[in-house]
Design a protein around this ligand. Structure first.
Ligand code: FES
Length: 143
């Protein structure tokens, strides 16, 4: 009887251990436990043609064109899923519910109704740019 009660307690603790492992895993990958404020772009990374460059943490895209560079938050404006670049269509697509955006972040297809957020971009060095993840830039902003 006593052993059965202990077994039940141990089984009830398993989900809690899984949650604890998840939390410790997150803290281990983010030792300071803070939400990043900036995304960095390594301009020395190989990049195909006019393809946007995904930031080092996967949190923003860097788009470069003839007029300059700008950064777009890698979060769909519908419900926040990360978007993917679709090379054949030169657009961004959301895998969650199918929203599509052009390279400027404007909505091509819903359910999203708002564009991808354009972020303020800063030059760190010739090989590195940094985007402020909470610093929104105007729709025409370029560096
Ligand atoms: S979260 Fe992207 S379309 Fe819904």
């Amino acid at each position: 009887m006593f052993a059965r009660r202990n077994l039940v307690k141990a089984l009830l603790a398993l989900p809690a251990l899984g949650f604890l492992k998840l939390v410790l895993g997150y803290l281990g990958s983010n030792p300071e436990g803070r939400v990043p404020e900036f995304e960095e772009f390594d301009l020395t990374k190989p990049q195909g043609g006019e393809e946007p460059l995904l930031g080092n943490q996967g949190l923003a895209w860097l788009v470069r064109d003839k007029k300059g560079s700008y950064a777009l938050l890698n979060r769909c404006s519908h419900l926040g899923c990360p978007v993917r670049f679709v090379p054949l269509e030169s657009s961004f697509s959301c895998p969650c519910h199918g929203s599509e955006y052009d390279l400027g972040g404007r909505v091509l297809k819903g359910p999203a109704v708002r564009p991808l957020k354009r972020l303020k971009l800063f030059k760190v060095s010739e090989a590195r740019l940094k985007a402020g993840l909470t610093i929104e830039a105007g729709p025409e902003f370029r560096l």
